[in-house]
Write a protein that binds this ligand. Sequence first.
Ligand code: GDP
Ligand code: MG
Length: 296
Amino acid sequence: LEGYVGFDSITSQIEAKLLKRGFALNIMVVGQTGLGKSTLVNTLFSSHLIESKGRLESHEAVRKTTEIHPVSHLVIENGVKLRLNIVDTPGYGDQVNNDNCWDPIVKYIKDQHSAYLRKELTAMRDRYIADTRIHVCLFFINPTGHGLRPIDVAVMKKLSDVVNVVPVIAKSDSLTLDERDLFKERIRAEMQYNNIRVYPFDNEEYEDEERELNERIRALIPFAVVGSEKQVVIDGKSVRGRKNRYGVINVENENHCEFVYLRNFLTRTHLQDLIETTAHIHYEQFRSKQLLALKE
Ligand code: GDP
Ligand code: MG
């Protein structure tokens, strides 16, 4: 081992440090009122939830979201901490006049970038900047089977300029599996036609493995999800699910819906990439614009 200095141990040091600090993922949910946004969020994080801060939304009747507010959950899996900050937004497009209905949502995202930039510019004092930048925006699509409304296209476009957008088909239990696949194809075609740039994007640095994974994700998107806050009994076992006219849906069963795919995508395969893409692409774009404006 002549000449061995031992700096390769740095990787395990960094890893230990990162694991100790844990990760924070900021998720925003956007879509019409009643599409199951709050339900899905509660479903996503119920399994490993250990602590929740913020307003708890337990009574369905009184929880219609009227303003943008973050709720924070801490989940721990195998000793690794993940802090999930969920930003629920009021349903857009419910008004008679929907002009610029996306403004408050886009403003919220930009405000977080702006706050981060301010902290960065006055930095040095704080070693660690609390990060409220939105890493992923789950965009809920009405399961009509037809396609996107013009307003959805407009909002998706606005959002994809400033944040990682991941579309999901809401309440997909209202479609048969055939209808669901057709609908997914149609949505993908419409997004492409309208030049909507949805996450994940490839980057020169990616390895073949990451490219293949992203290819698979792009073929799956939009995730057809079902959410439920209730337990149902299937084959004598109590699972998170819903009863409907076709039978019983087990939210966690991949043959029933793509909830598990979405969860793996958010908290496993793309967690770090969502965070990095936000910092290196979306935030960087915002930052360079602001700094240019300062110089003028
Ligand atoms: P939000 O306004 O988008 O936050 O919608 P909510 O989460 O409050 O849900 C609105 C209603 O839809 C509630 O009665 C839910 O029980 C119901 N719901 C939520 N998710 C699903 C789903 O995946 N499938 C079906 N069929 N109903 C759902
Ligand atoms: Mg809600």
